[in-house]
Structures are given as C-alpha cells and as structure tokens.
Design a protein around this ligand. Sequence first.
Ligand code: KG4
Ligand code: ZN
Length: 335
Amino acid sequence: MAVETSCDETAAAVLRDGREVVSSVVSSQIELHAAHGGVVPDLAARAHLEVIGPVVEESLSALPGGWDAVDGVAVTRGPGLAGCLLVGTAYAQSAAVARGVPVVGVSHMAGHIYSAWLSDVTLEPPYLALVVSGGHSDVVELRDHGDAVRLASTRDDAAGEAFDKAARLLGLGYPGGPAVERAARTGDPGRFPMPRTRLDGALSFSGLKTSLRYAIRDLGAGALTDAGSPRDPAVVADLAASFQAAVVEQLLHVLGTIADRRGAERIAVVGGVAANQALRDAVRSRFAGLPVTVPPLSLCTDNAAMIGAAGWQRLRLHGPDAPGVAVDPGLDLYS
Ligand code: KG4
Ligand code: ZN
C-alpha cells in the first residue's frame, strides 16, 4: 500500500509483488488552486487531510482482505511541501504501526523513475531516464535497483516549471503544461524563433522564458489583453507551439548526447512533462532503434503506484532497516 501527498494530489495505491497495480486512486486539487494561479501550500495540506482517509480506503477496497492483506506501507517523504508531506507520512506511519507492518519512506524522484519500471514489465536496470516534472529536469541512470546516479540537471527552472510560466505569460492559466500543449496543437512552431539552448550536460530554460516574454512584448500593446497576454488565439497557438518545440528540442539534445556517450541501451521518460505528446513522439523517433519506455499518462503525473514500486524495492533491499519516514522537503535523491 502506498501513499503520496507531496504537492497537490492526494494519492493511494495497492500493488501486488511491487509491480502489479491492484488499484491507484488520485484525488486532484486542481480546482482548489486554479483560482490562485498555482499551488497554495496551506490549502493543499488541509485538503490532503480531508481526503487522505477516503482515498486510502478506496484504494484498499480493490484488495480482497483490505488492510489485513497489506504487508508493507510506502510513503513519499520528500521532496515536496512540508505540510503536505507531513499529512501523508503521519497517516502512513500510524496505519502501519497499528497493523504491525513495516513502513518505508520514499523519495518522490525515485518514485518517478520507478513509474517506468512499473509500466513496462520488460524494463530492468540499467536504464537512462529523463525526469521532467514541476520541480526537476534531470537525466538519471538507474544502474541497479536502489543505485541511481544523476548525469545532468537544470541550471535554473525545471521543464514543468517552464511550461507553467509560459502558460501564465500566454494567459492560459494553471496547470500550465497541458494548457500549452493544447494551444500548441494548432500552432506553427516555426513562426516565433526561440533560442536553441545547447549546454553540455546541463539544461536551462530561463533564456527561453525571456524570449517568450520579449516575443509577446514585441507584438505591441494593441495586441495584448489588460493582463498582458496575446489577444489573438492564433498568435497564442503559434507562441505555444514555438516554445514547446524549443523545450522538446533541448531535452532531446541533452538526453541524446548522454545516451550516445554512455551507449545507453534502454531509455525512459518520466514525470509530469512526459505526458506531453510532442515530447513522447520526439523521444520515440530520436531513439527509434532502442527500447523506449514512456509510462501511460496516469503514471507520468503524480500518483502513489510509482511510490509503491520504489518502496517495494527499498523494502526488498533493506528489509526492516529500510529508511524511515522522516519528512525532508528538500530531499534530492533518486535512490
Ligand atoms: O510530476 P508532476 O505531476 O509533479 C511534480 O513532481 O512536479 O509534474 C507536474 C508538472 C507541471 O509543471 C505540469 O505543468 C507539467 O508537469 N505537465 C506537463 C503536461 N502535463 C503536466 N507539461 C507539458 N505537457 C503536458 N501535457
Ligand atoms: Zn512528481
């Protein structure tokens, strides 16, 4: 049984033998935060507290025997919002203690890497993963279970954060990634030139964000709404498509360079931004000769099933000595 409450999704899942998803329940707080244009930490923690019980019970209802059939609990201990993480870890720990089963703390990032392992039964380490979420943009190699090494990261914003900021500039609201992708579908990616950032072994999205801001400013005040975003939906579509293409190209450049250099044999793309169809298509065509795992959308964005898979491996590797649930909002580990 696994619990995830690091940000704005309250999630619980039940796995059989670490790899078969018996149930995965996700209660999203999108409506709660949309009015504020982003996640409000206090509101998020309170909302987790309200729904964590029902979400866990719903996920357990798919398991014959319910709690009696659970033999371990995994929970996200970081990175994330402190108050949100506390709700999940307190719940998971009390439930595990009450039932006499072990509880293991899991890094949210390890969870994202394991979403690929969970979704593809042919996938085993070593594999190279592009991790692109709201907080991270990394290239990580899972050399073996419990043994991950980071090979590249971003110098400024994470890819998801860049999408969210672009959405705000374009007047597309929250959450940004899906909104930019939707707008980009009808746009011309060649209309607005965006910089092609090509750093060696690192990602950077701040220059791209500035270019988008200037491209919008250069439209002239008459073309903008009172909030400063372009009035014409066709222009928004072209800007969104141009921005998205530049993000995808940069991600592919860094992932491709590292994969070639290391002779990677298996590739995975995980995290919320992996839900982006343009990125999914581009990765598949760039690595046409290699097995590529891109989880289904439900496992790309935050969920508890991926936490269960990573936690199951931790319990398998460490047994009763598996790391505990001490909350660490700044945790930056893939293992
Ligand atoms: O992994 P995730 O659900 O939460 C974190 O761990 O951060 O990732 C959320 C991020 C957000 O920034 C969101 O805008 C982005 O993933 N995202 C997308 C898409 N769906 C979600 N970005 C681009 N295209 C999408 N379709
Ligand atoms: Zn995440």
